[in-house]
Design a protein around this ligand. Structure first.
Ligand code: GLU
Length: 495
């Protein structure tokens, strides 16, 4: 079984060099974790900061865990977030394919190469599927480790099922360097002879990852710190092949509280959940960027960053080793800031679907409602319950007409509505200025505070005490006829 060395030479020749190359390598799980989104963002930022290349690679070797439509979530999220990739399954590139299940043959060849070099061996022992998948099983002296290569190859040729395991040195230590965590040294005897190639010919996650990172010319491997413990085995693989070890950038976890990592299973929100909860993509990205990285120098105090600003400011030195706690209140604060900073047109555009989910009456101007909301909502999902009264007057109690500060009570309210209705009914023009001037004039003529008149009018129009916008704005949006109709209903209620 002679190895085709030319294949390896050709693969080497294809590897792009000279530029920073990073990859986001998600497994298609069906959703985007906040931690994953942050990894994608940091990976993209490192590439963009250095004028390098950002690659998307789909890691789908764990066929048992494949979820229908799961890659769509990845593409959609990256696109929505503006994390554009230069190479990937959909756009191609010099080291295609970018989907691991399509690279199957490659892994087998490299596993054989490692056997040839003496750094891996065929193992014929029975293993459970999960042992194979995880690559971890008892290190206990495997008799196959000591088989001669001829003998092992004869058994392979005879059709005996096998896996290929990494031959980890039994003595000595391995030290690897991480850009965030520094040097980490482990005793080799604590590392197991992990499975590289499974019986079905598919690689284990750890093996495919190393092969692909090398063959794709990845210079910075950015990933969650849960992979730190596998890093020494990766290093030994790189050494065994004689390849340069990339810069490792392990990111500390995103936690839900001091003790627990965020987890979908425990109900923590994914990126899609946050969107559904009314958070803006830009606000999510800005907040997530600061979970584990902080600007330094003259930017140290800056909190709001656009994506291009982040790309400029991002540096590995600002990344933190300590876990970050995801705080929904802080995200809400960012979201409110982003909502306020939008142009009125842009805000109206994002707010409209939420307004229209309750205000279906097309005669009511959604953009006018949006203008009232912009300074008053923290999340887009706050909108429906704030504006539902435009669609339909809720059933309300006369108690609402009582307000001390406005010097109003049901008797005063009745008096105010009695004078306001004929005046408003007779108005020739229904504009904000006109309504405002007329009402202020009426209050003055009647010798009451503006609020004493505005309060009952607003209550009668909205049926609730807290509304976005005051009486004048609401009247203008409701329109002449509907305003008068509601004021009359209010008057009836007051008996
Ligand atoms: N496929 C791995 C994951 O989704 C990525 C690990 C890596 O980036 O090396 O967690």
């Amino acid at each position: 079984m002679a190895l085709d060395m030319q294949y390896f030479e050709e693969m080497e020749a294809k590897i792009p060099t000279g530029k920073v190359r990073t990859r986001f390598a998600p497994s298609p799980t069906g959703y985007m974790h906040v931690g994953n989104l942050r990894t994608a963002l940091y990976t993209w930022l490192i590439a963009r900061n250095a004028g390098g290349t950002f690659i998307l690679r789909i890691e789908d070797t764990d066929q048992g865990r494949l979820v229908e439509g799961a890659t769509d979530v990845i593409y959609r999220t990256l696109a929505e977030c503006g994390l554009d990739h230069d190479e990937g399954p959909d756009v191609g590139g010099p080291v295609a394919p970018y989907i691991q299940s399509e690279r199957r043959d490659t892994y087998g060849k490299y596993a054989e190469l490692l056997v040839e070099k003496g750094h891996a061996y065929y193992c014929f022992c029975e293993k459970t599927e999960s042992e194979e998948d995880s690559g971890n099983f008892e290190r206990a002296a495997d008799p196959c480790r000591d088989l001669s290569l001829e003998e092992a190859r004869a058994r392979v040729a005879a059709g005996e099922p096998y896996v290929i395991r990494q031959r980890i040195p039994r003595e000595g230590t391995t030290t690897f360097h991480d850009a965030i965590f520094g040097d980490i040294t482990v005793e080799n005897e604590t590392l197991d002879d992990q499975v590289l190639l499974k019986r079905d010919g598919l690689p284990t996650y750890n093996f495919a990852n190393v092969i692909d990172d090398h063959l794709m010319g990845i210079t910075h491997v950015v990933r969650g710190s849960e992979y730190l413990s596998s890093a020494p085995k990766y290093d030994l693989l790189y050494q065994a092949f004689g390849w340069t070890v990339p810069t490792y950038v392990h990111c500390s976890p995103v936690m839900r509280d001091a003790k627990n990592k965020m987890s979908k299973r425990h109900g923590d929100p994914s990126y899609e959940d946050l969107k559904a909860q009314g958070f803006l993509t830009e606000a999510i990205l800005n907040y997530v960027a600061l979970l584990g990285w902080s600007p330094r120098g003259e930017l140290a105090e800056q909190e709001v960053f656009s994506l291009p600003e982040l790309a400029k400011a991002f540096d590995l030195g600002g990344m933190s080793k300590s876990p970050a706690i995801f705080d929904i209140e802080k995200l809400t604060h960012f979201n409110a800031m982003y909502l306020r900073a939008m142009t009125p047109e842009a805000f109206a555009q994002v707010a409209e679907p939420y307004i229209r989910s309750v205000v279906t009456n097309e005669k009511i101007d959604a953009a006018a409602i949006a203008a009232l909301l912009q300074a008053r909502c923290e999340r887009l999902t706050d909108i429906p319950e704030k504006v539902d009264f435009f669609q339909e007057l809720p059933d309300y109690s006369v108690e609402l007409f009582t307000n001390k500060k406005s010097k109003c009570n049901p008797d005063v309210a009745k008096e105010m509505l009695q004078v306001a209705i004929p005046m408003l009914s007779a108005m020739p023009q229904w504009t904000q200025e006109f309504i405002h001037e007329s009402l202020v004039g009426l209050a003055e003529g009647y010798g009451v505070k503006n609020a004493t008149l505005m309060w009952p009018i607003r209550i009668a129009m909205a049926g609730k005490t807290v509304t976005p916008g005051g009486a004048v704005e609401i009247a203008c949006i409701l329109g002449h006829k509907e305003t008068i109709r509601r004021l009359k209903l209010g008057l009836e209620k007051l008996g």
